[in-house]
Structures are given as C-alpha cells and as structure tokens.
Write a protein that binds this ligand. Structure first.
Ligand code: ATP
Ligand code: MG
Length: 214
C-alpha cells in the first residue's frame, strides 16, 4: 500500500516503520519502497531508517535522490532531475515478487507532483495499490484530512483508513478531531500518541495493522 497523507513531516515514515515492524513480528516478509527521496544531503534518511529494519539495501529502496527538500517535480525544475515512471512501476513489480508486503512511501502529501500532471495519487493508481492516509492530531487536521480523503476518492483510490498521528493532549482540538473526521469520511481512524520511543504500544500497532487488512 501507499503510505501517504496530508503533507510533509506528519509521520509517514514513523507509521511505516511501526507497520513494517509489526508485520515482520507476525512473520511476514516485508519490503519498503521510497522511489523518490528529496532533501537528501548525504544519506536518504527515510530509506536508511527503514533499511535498518527490513535489511534491504538502499539501492533496492530508493531509486532517485534530490538534494533540495522539495516536491519531485520542483526538483526537476530546480535541478533538472528526471524521473522514469516506467522504471518506478517496474521496480515495484519486482519488489512484490520478493516480499509478502511492500510498503510504499510518498514524498510529502498525496497531491505532491512527481511530474507535470502526475502526482502520488496517479502513482498509486499505476501501481494498483490502496493508500493509508496519515495525518496530524492538532488544529487544522479536519480540513487537511477531509480534503485529502476527498481528493483520493475523486481519483478512484481505495483509502484503507486514517492514522491520526502524534497526540500530545495539549491541543483542545485533539479531543474531537478523530470523531469528526470519522463522521466525515466513514473511515476507521487510529489515534497514535507522540512518544519518545520509536515503537508504538502493541495495541495501537495492532489497530494500524487491522486497517491494512492483515
Ligand atoms: N508519534 C510520534 N511520536 C514521536 N515522534 C514522532 C511521531 N511521529 C513522527 N515523529 C517524528 O517527527 C518527525 C517527522 O516524522 P516523519 O519523518 O515520520 O514524517 P514524514 O511524513 O515521513 O515526512 P517526509 O514528508 O519528510 O517523509 C520525525 O523525526 C519522526 O520521528
Ligand atoms: Mg518520510
């Protein structure tokens, strides 16, 4: 599935890590795929973190790296980077032959362009995969989550569920955000806490895994 969501820095990698960790614990062979990572100075951070968990080599996980922390299409405009969509799709097919599950992570939010007229929703459709919608817990999330969900549906994407990530209990909107988002989308919403440890408590991870249908 595609781990995507409302934007950058909202916890896609954090949730992908927990998902992969839990599926591995259950005995599944899991691969991670971040076809394009941007904002890479030295090592690609997301890909390196997940490789440390899956045991994959970086070259299997990330196909293109851009120095600037921008949308892939913006990297094309700024740095002249070109992305080979056929190669990205072909590589995904290879990964699906090697693993029981492949967790694909986008760069930024769902509508982030990879090329002119082509974004991560188009990529999910070309890969034939559903998406897990990651969003944040605090004020503003209702609008961002609902519009992202609505866009995904309008594109014909299957949305497996929503992970509302990073509850700290400091923002008064945290008390009602997931209830309202559930009403608007009719989807399951899993709340995840902000915490020091990289691994979420088991019951929370089990709920995320159930969203994915395992
Ligand atoms: N629930 C959480 N508890 C503690 N730290 C978190 C939590 N969720 C995310 N973080 C931290 O917040 C930062 C941003 O999260 P993450 O890298 O997962 O975002 P992302 O959506 O993958 O961003 P990008 O668009 O750059 O890929 C990271 O340092 C991550 O460890
Ligand atoms: Mg990430």
């Amino acid at each position: 599935m595609l781990v995507s969501g409302t934007g950058t820095g909202i916890g896609k990698t954090f949730i992908a890590y927990n998902l992969v960790y839990t599926l591995k614990e259950k005995g599944y062979k899991v691969g991670y795929y971040k076809p394009i990572e941007t904002g890479v100075e030295d090592l690609p951070e997301d890909a390196s973190l997940l490789c440390s968990l899956t045991g994959q080599g970086l070259e299997e996980v990330v196909l293109s790296k851009c120095r600037l922390p921008l949308a892939p299409y913006a990297c094309t405009l700024e740095e002249g980077m070109e992305f080979d969509l056929n190669f990205i799709v072909e590589h995904y097919r290879k990964l699906t032959q090697r693993y029981d599950f492949v967790v694909v992570e986008g760069a930024g939010g769902l509508a982030v362009p990879i090329k002119k007229g082509y974004n991560y929703a188009h990529l999910a459709l070309d890969l034939g995969i559903p998406m897990l919608l990651i969003t944040y817990a605090t004020l503003g999330t209702i609008h961002h989550t609902y519009t992202t969900y609505f866009y995904a549906k309008s594109m014909g994407l299957d949305v497996l569920g929503i992970v509302m990530n990073g509850f700290k209990g400091e923002d008064v909107s945290e008390r009602t955000n997931s209830t309202i988002v559930k009403e608007l989308t009719h989807l399951e919403v899993v709340e995840t806490p902000w915490q020091e440890d990289r691994i979420l408590p088991l019951p929370v991870r089990e709920r995320i895994v159930r969203l994915v249908g395992v």
